[in-house]
Design a binder for this molecule. Sequence first.
Ligand code: DQA
Length: 138
Amino acid sequence: MKKLIIINGPNLNLLGKREPEIYGSNSFEDFFKELQKKYKSVKIVYYQSNIEGEIIDKLHEVGFNYDGVILNAAAYTHTSVGIADAVKGIETPVIEVHISNVHSREDFRHVSYIAPSAKGVITGFGLQSYELAIQSFL
Ligand code: DQA
């Protein structure tokens, strides 16, 4: 059975409550339960942290024994050399995802430190961005 992990970065614990006009009104937990039901033949694990170092630790932990990482590093996408280096340093391929289309938003969101080391980037499809990443790994 393939093992995938979804890693969500800062403020994504507030999905459903946070700026719903941008990020929608569903909580990630509800969406994740649906994903697990729909993709029963895959082990999908979910991890969220608001702390940069914890995201790096999780990448190290899964990065040599999982088949894929689906990473929404949220604001750290645009700032974190540490997370980018972790993505470079592990073996497991990483797909960068975003709920919103970061390219239609502020200029600072057009920069990603992670994208050059990612297998690919999926941005702007709402929560479906995560599902597209799962499908790409299957
Ligand atoms: C985000 C986009 C980022 O620019 C922002 O900081 C987030 C969420 C997205 O999923 O659309 O927190 O990664």
